[in-house]
Every structure is written in C-alpha cells, then in structure tokens.
Unconditional design. Structure first.
Length: 175
C-alpha cells in the first residue's frame, strides 16, 4: 500500500468528520476498546481545531483519508500527576491525540505507519519525547504503543467517568 502522510487542510474536514463517524459506528457495533462515542469524541470540531492549529496529519491511500493523528504540544492537565521518564517543557514534547484508522483499513499497518510518522516527525523537530494517554481497556492500542517503544508511566483519571472511562494509562517514548 502506498500511504501518504501529510498535514491535513480545510478541504479534509468533511472527510475527517465522516471518518470519525464511520469509526464510532463501527466501535458501537462491536468491541469499543477506546470507549469513544459518536457525537462526543472524536467529532468535527477536533478536526477543525487540529487543522486550524496546523497539527493534524492525514494518512491517504488512493486520495482517500484512511487515518489521522494530531501531534501537538498540549498535554491533558492530569499529565502533571505522574513522573515522566524525562523532565522537559512541553515545547520540547509531542503529545499524540485523536489517533484514528478507518475500520476498512484496520489490521493493515496504517496505525503502525502513523506511529512511525509521529516518531520521525518528532525527531525532525528535535522533540525530546512523545507522550500519549489511552483508555486502560484499549488493549489493541496499548499493544501497538508498546511495540513502538513506548513505556508505561502511570495511570490517571482524565475526568471522563461520566462516559464509563475512569482510568487512562500514560505512555512516553524518549527520543
């Protein structure tokens, strides 16, 4: 598969919204590992914010968006509750958000390619580490992160208990 990963743009917003909705429909019909809900997360506004900020990247195959990832310097407030492997200002740390793969392309290596892109992009901009959070029961994502060299740092409450998402695990990859 010839996958192109590039910065998303305004023309991608409708397609990203459809990707988020397709993914949430798929999750609702089966095992919802991340605990995401249609209309709650991820939503169009997440794509708009990522594109406006210049930190949403899309994976394209045959001119179709089949995945995306947000790479910025904005940690969740609960990140301050743990001791990270390295001490660094968030201007030197990339945080992964809204990491999605279209259901039609799951188990095709797209998630791995997006994670590899996150690493190469972070190294290019001389980041010291990459950090992320993941719902504690999202076993497929956790396996991918660990395979990509991320280390478990701690478990925190991100405040999503009303959605049944009490605990999130934090991971870090020192570059």
């Amino acid at each position: 598969m010839n996958i192109i990963i590039e910065l998303g743009n305004e023309k991608d917003i409708d397609e990203l919204e459809k990707l988020y909705n397709d993914l949430n429909d798929y999750l609702a019909a089966g095992v919802n590992y991340p605990g995401w809900l249609k209309g709650v997360y991820p939503i169009r506004e997440d794509a708009v914010k990522g594109i406006d900020g210049g930190f949403l990247y899309v994976a394209r195959y045959n001119n179709e968006i089949i995945g995306s990832i947000i790479l910025n310097h904005e940690p969740e407030s609960a990140y301050s509750q743990v001791s990270w492997e390295i001490e660094a200002d968030y201007s030197d740390v990339i945080v992964i958000h809204t990491f999605v793969v279209h259901p039609k392309y799951m188990k095709c290596g797209i998630g791995q390619k997006l994670m590899e892109f996150a690493t190469s992009h972070s190294k290019e901009i001389k980041a010291k580490a990459i950090r992320l959070d993941v719902y504690e029961k999202n076993v497929p994502a956790i396996k991918l992160y660990e395979k990509q060299g991320y280390s478990y740092v701690g478990t925190v409450d991100l405040g999503y208990g009303e959605y049944g998402l009490d605990w999130f695990v934090l991971y870090e990859k020192v570059l």
